[in-house]
Design a protein around this ligand. Sequence first.
Ligand SMILES: Cc1ncc(COP(=O)(O)O)c(C=O)c1O
Length: 374
Amino acid sequence: MRIYLDHNATAPLGLEVREAMLPFLGPPANPSSAHREGARARSALETARAEVAALVGAAPAEIVFTSGATEANNLALRGTAAGLGIVTTAIEHASVLETARAVGARLTVVPVDREGRVDAGQVVAACDAATRLVSVGLANGEVGSLAPVAAITAGLRGNGVLVHSDAAQAAGRLPLDVAALGVDLLSLSAHKLGGPAGIGALWVRRGVELAAQTTGGSQERGRRAGTENVAAIVGFGVAAARARAELAANAAAAARLVERLWTGLRTHVPGVVLNGPADGPRLPNTLNVSFPGAAGESLLVLLDLAGVAVSLGSACAAGAAEPSHVLLAMGRDRDAARSGVRFSVGPSTTAGDIDRVLELLPALVAQARGEAAA
Ligand SMILES: Cc1ncc(COP(=O)(O)O)c(C=O)c1O
């Protein structure tokens, strides 16, 4: 049996999710059609929209389905701030950072501290009269730090700056409420919380002007043209409902497993270094560590051969052997930024999985250190 500790890259599709999707993977299901088949698809689409909205405390009409958080981030930035001033942080997902670089007329990238924490005051201070949009991710999927988004929106209230947050890693793992956060736009992804890949959403506060980036149809209230992927959206809805119902229990279980792993690592693997916040609020399911002298890539391969799936950081950077931009932003040198190994657990992870990893790791780290020394 393989042990899957890479839920931040993608989580396994929930069984209920799969069951709910199957009836929409066959019969015609175009929600824009006027006939009975169209009405069935429309009704399923709106049920899912209500579930996704409920996950973040929003109104269903404010949800725009997209192909994932990457597209939601693109839509948020390109749709509100093309050619205008953007403020973001150095540890954002590439779909925010690269898009901000591409479309922002003036871009300010706010640094983070050594534990990957964003300072709200620094973000607010980085805004000036030319700033149209601030984009700060709620939870960093590589190291698990949480950004003080509510403090940022409070600091900016009344000055006309829009605030967007990428919540792809936070949704289903932390309670989310758009009103409490005070944001204007929020990105979501289904496959991080047990839904299918290729579907996500952008929540857009009522009244926020958003320029559609995909045109040629009136779907999603004219904000994203194209026939909806109803099966995927239905899956997203069921995954969102489940994540909401099980949020507290899942978060508590994940935090216990991560604590078990971190305590075990400190006991059994000499020299292990934590990458991420040592205390205070953090993503409950994520632990990023380095084993100085052992290349992250070697460990990933050794763990994989031993039946354990982990990641070097963001999946998008994996395989590229590039140092993690998040660890670089946290002040690590290029070697240290290549040595981070991310463990991310999910509802299917057991204490037995963690114990097995703790059994395997001391020898694998020693082996990776030997390879590095050879
Ligand atoms: C913070 C964050 N934003 C966006 C994405 C991209 O999401 P999607 O795969 O739905 O496009 C990811 C996935 O790795 C992520 O971790």
